[in-house]
Design a protein around this ligand. Sequence first.
Ligand code: SF4
Length: 269
Amino acid sequence: MTDPTQRPAPRGDGARRTGATPARRPAGGGEVARPAEGDGYRSAIPPRGPLARALAPVGGFGVTLANMVKPTVTEQYPSEKVPTKPRYHGRHQLNRYPDGLEKCIGCELCAWACPADAIYVEAGENTPDAQYSPGERYGRVYQINYLRCIFCGLCVEACPTRALTMTNEYELTGPTRAGLIFEKEDLLAPLRDGMLRAPHPMVDGTTDTEYYRGEVTGTTPEQVAWVAEHRPDDPTLPGYTGDEPRWTPGPAAAAVQATAAAATKQGSR
Ligand code: SF4
């Protein structure tokens, strides 16, 4: 009768080549006994010479000694800020087209893709008097909860219009939990020179397709005229001479920036 505790012997060439005695599993489980060297077993680790064996107990100090003469790599954050890698996943940004219209169409795909349920979107209807993005809809409410976000970037992958991207900004801290829920105004990209603040009409004769294809490269005189008629004091109008800045960060983004600046100041003392 076969002993159920015995491992089957190697078959064919394997058994003949090694000449190994099949290992026996001890009754009741536990470690399998290794065959002795004389039994045809050969270790894959080369044997150490007498000098290596004598120095082995102090060998670990080699790592310590080598690191004592290497340059220090500790970053002195926050007094010294080292630039991140170009593709670092930092704070999100809602981008705009070159004429200032928003790229977000409120489709909610980013919210559905988010594994941490950190994004909340509500869409609104564009109208001739209030056109915020090309096409029918825009992101009326857009929130990212940075207490939940794990910066995985799946939202960016899901976005069909490249409205959502991630910046290299990593200083996201603040005195309150509510302050780390960023609203749309905190996330919208700055209005660069030549952009008009939304809402305003799309470029005449275009559809959302021309916008997606990058065929709209800036504002047109008709758009400027429309904004001048509906918002004569808009600071993004060409030739504006008032005091209001073209763009300021939203309250949550501003508070986070202030906290980071204070930490930097304290760290450099
Ligand atoms: S950011 Fe992109 S994915 Fe999210 S709602 Fe806007 S268009 Fe859709």
